[in-house]
Design a protein around this ligand. Sequence first.
Ligand code: ADP
Ligand code: MG
Length: 752
Amino acid sequence: MAHTSDGTVWGGDRRALVDLVGERGAKRLEQLDIHSPRDLLRHYPRKYFHRGRYTRLRDLVSGEHATVMAQVKGVEDFKSRNKRLHVVKISITDGDTVVPLTFFARRPYMVEYIKKQLRPGTSAMFSGQVTYYRGDLELIHPDYEPLPQAMDEEEAARRAARPVPVYPATAKLPTWRISDMVRLALEPLQPSEVNDILPGEVRQRRELPGTVAALHMIHQPGNDLDWQAARRRFAYEEAFLLQTALARRRAEIAARDATPRPGTTDGLLAALDAQLPFTLTDGQRQVSAEIAADLAGASPMQRLLQGEVGSGKTVVALRAMCQVIDSGGQAALLAPTEVLAAQHARSIRHLLGPLAEAGTLGGDARGTKVTLLTGSVTGPARRQALADAASGASGIVIGTHALLEEKVQFADLALTVIDEQHRFGVEQRDALRAKGRTMPHQLYLTATPIPRSVAMTVFGDVEVSTLREIPAGRSGVTTYLAPAGQQKWMQRIWALIAEQVAAGHRAYVVAPRITSTSLEDDGAAPLDLDGPAGPDAPGQGGPVPGDGGPATVEDTYARLGKEPALRGISLGLLHGRLSAEEKDAAMAAFASGQTPVLVTTTVIEVGVDVPEATVMVVLDADRFGLSQLHQLRGRIGRGSAPGTCVLVTGAHPDSPSVRRLKVMTETTDGFVLAEQDLAQRREGDVLGAAQSGRGTSLRLLSVVRDRELIEQARQDARALITADPNLVHHVEVLTAITELVDPDHEEFLDRA
Ligand code: ADP
Ligand code: MG
């Protein structure tokens, strides 16, 4: 029996694992990141097989390592041509497809052994490399495990109901070996040895089994309900720990003192409102009220404002800035790039008008000064900017990372606004906050629609406000799907571009790759929450006839240069391999109309505004995620002229890819598209590498499926932290979340 530091299997280490499964077993488990009996018990089955329910053999993919459940159909054996080897050919079936297995044996008794184990009619699991042999799928020398024959009828019935766990496995360690090892770890485990992480009242309220019971149910279920209940329990545990960590951090910040900034009724904010050239939408009004209430409070605001490009976040943020200025404070706006910082400064100055020119002749007495501070502001301008921030003369300081430098000081920093916050780390956000005399209120802005379950998981410690509507007066975008490789369609697309350019507009032509030899997509990922395109098969036949691979920027650029319909129109070229200067120049030439057609990858910066752009053609659109296409499409139809978006795809009209793309033609709601994307994406792509991580990180919790569970866990976690802020009465929880928030995981929690 395993003897470990605290005398239990549960608390054991590698020694205990070696005691259980031997040195060789422990080595093999290491490849699965299993280092202790506890890791082994937390290695959950990925799915379950059922007797009589066979794996669909037709779905096997060549090159994969697969584990299947099937029935032996036929057996034959013969000698190889050179007579040195015996070959055993077994065919297995799922009742529909038949797949051959080939075994090689040196000695006749091995042939007999295999034939005895795999008699026709036997059900067994097989695990091995799927290969193509003469056009047919085949498993070469797979591992196999016949399902044990029942002794009597009763036993047979019980066995038949029992799901067979299938573990994430390796070539050297098939799933049934892992099952055996898990059994060894499970047998000696006593409920009294394991401290349940979930508080008893939570377990009761949510009807969750205890740890040890759940471990038995997940590894050795008597029926499907068992493992389902156990999975729910462990997923809940993950959600609960994560939410407790987030709730604790939220409580820590809330416990800090902030200066209340209630504003006044006759200051800068009132003056701004009086001169706005439009009326606020209901959404803007509501979100503004939430923020105003937060700012008036004595604990620091922690709020995320999400709304698509053009939803009017800037004016909402500006109103918050004005409120704190009216209360004697200053606001800082941090943007990820110089281009975006400059754009913010421009639109804020534009909205404020004379109110942005305090201290100058035409300036309004209630006004303030708007200062831009980026890396390219140098010399006397920089000294002036620093002086204005430090004296308080400047109520609004806008900048990039340059704002974080130690030299930048504020008289009284009351509010920090962070644009596209996922591009900044915590240290950076904290560095800005540290410049306040008391802890500043913090507002995050994001243009990426985030489904609620993801927001709760990744941003669980902040309040979320959402702007759903786009202000009226926008002409909107119509989206079409076009089949690749059909000359007639492509001709119409190029003619449309020519027509729009003649009317003074601009067009983007987007391709998924730069060159045909580049292995990767552009790689530049301004759309951070987007993973790569879905798992669908790529479209065949790009828009360039005779071209098998995906459309490339270079080919498209060359081809459009020769396109008769576009004669006389200058083309621009933009992609991630250009230098920063070249990119800026390409963007500027496009914006000015010098090159009214821009052939590009997805590198076009989020938020970059060319109001004259009315056409967006996306080649091989099936290679992009819906959110990504939505972001791309958001760059047209921003002026007064309506936009047209054409998604070109070579995928078959009935394929899942095309069904997916059709959604683009039916809605312009980024949240609907983000949810759709989420539903189609594999979990790991959503939360990134952190999700596939080790130890106690998220293994079972799915932000796709477990939305309700996450919501419940959040309620329970917040209640727990309210009752026991420092978790002194819940030491197991404290230990578990400390493990969760170790440096590796901090990054995950802080992607918020
Ligand atoms: P975001 O920052 O969310 O991308 P902006 O704040 O830049 O969006 O707003 C986009 C455009 O819409 C700006 O020109 C802005 O002045 C304008 N706008 C904002 N709110 C309204 C409104 N309520 N009605 C009409 N136009 C608005
Ligand atoms: Mg904006």
